[in-house]
Unconditional design. Structure first.
Length: 332
């Protein structure tokens, strides 16, 4: 709270690249949405790029660790007036910045009523903030899970508030090994998202324990430690900023491999949908007109996700076609 509320005044005050590492290239629509965000909101942003899951129109989205509200105001434009975005953050100063510019953004977007709200609270305790079971289609989190001492509680709460078939789409920092006690107690390394970083295998284990699908990696970039003191304290540990997606697949769903055909029906992704590092689905002009994209062999987990999530309306999946080893698992 002190680091993000008092010590940092803009992204220029950051001491590593952990919170300025770009996620994926922005589409023209995303760039336009970002340009409409108030300058103060943008300046007080400390995330790992910009998280924009596909197919958000009219959806309910929750942003964990929403900070000054930058991502929420971009998402507000993507979900539209029929959708809704909730931001929750533990730093009162950041929440106040986000709320201060609510009217500005709704007027800028031409909305008659706000489709965004901001809550002060803790992402480990979403129930105390009044967030109900199965109330969101998508949960996003931009470089903040590492700041929570209890990551399992964060992911458990995200799972609870997601609807069946819902997605947790998030960027975070991961470490190559276990950090020393000195590193984990270092105030700046914590504030810069490094001292609390999980290892990727730990994320996979927690996700499986809670009922999520295996993490699906989208992108990853190395994090540079620019200060000699931070390098010394971190020792041999290396860090990456990675974006991945987890799905709340309903229990008892079909779990067999198949052949997936993408219709090309998701706005902004008509030609192709990059689902994760393993799967890119082609739509193309033919796909938009006739629902006939290229058939792709998918493993059982991927088929179950496509059948049960918001992507179901954009895919047709035929049973068979791929054996269990035909495609790599999501947790790569």
């Amino acid at each position: 709270q002190d680091y993000y509320g008092k010590e940092l005044r803009s992204s220029q005050d950051l001491k590593t690249t952990a919170c300025v590492t770009p996620a994926q290239p922005l589409s023209p629509a995303a760039r336009e949405a970002l340009e409409r965000v108030h300058p103060e909101v943008a300046a007080r942003y400390y995330g790992c790029g910009l998280l924009l899951p596909e197919g958000l129109a009219s959806r309910r989205v929750l942003d964990l660790g929403s900070g000054s509200g930058r991502d929420c105001y971009v998402l507000s434009q993507l979900v539209g007036e029929k959708g809704h975005v909730t931001g929750i953050d533990m730093t009162q100063e950041q929440v106040e910045v986000a709320k201060r510019h609510l009217a500005y953004h709704m007027d800028k977007f031409g909305y008659r009523a706000p489709n965004v709200d901001f809550i002060w609270g803790f992402m480990e305790k979403l129930g105390e903030a009044g967030l109900a079971d199965e109330s969101y289609d998508v949960v996003i989190s931009n470089c903040v899970v590492n700041l929570a001492p209890d990551k399992r509680a964060v992911l458990r709460e995200a799972y609870r508030v997601l609807k069946p078939g819902g997605e947790m789409h998030f960027s975070d920092v991961y470490a190559s090994g276990r950090l020393s006690e000195a590193a984990r107690a270092h105030r700046v390394l914590w504030g810069e998202c490094l001292a609390g970083a999980l290892r990727w295998t730990e994320l996979c284990s927690i996700a499986r324990e809670l009922g999520f699908s295996a993490p699906r990696l989208l992108s990853a970039s190395p994090v540079a430690l620019q200060h000699a003191e931070l390098q010394r304290v971190a020792g041999d540990c290396r860090f990456v900023s990675a974006t991945c997606r987890l799905f709340k697949v309903p229990q008892g769903g079909q779990a067999a491999p198949g052949r997936a055909v993408y219709s090309g029906g998701i706005a902004g992704h008509e030609q192709q949908l990059v689902f994760d590092a393993n799967f890119t689905f082609k739509g193309g002009a033919r796909g938009r007109e006739a629902g006939l994209g290229e058939a792709v062999d998918v493993d059982a987990d991927t088929a179950a996700i496509l059948r049960s999530s918001r992507f179901a309306q954009h895919f047709s999946i035929q049973d068979g076609g791929a054996d269990a080893g035909a495609a790599p698992p999501g947790c790569c």
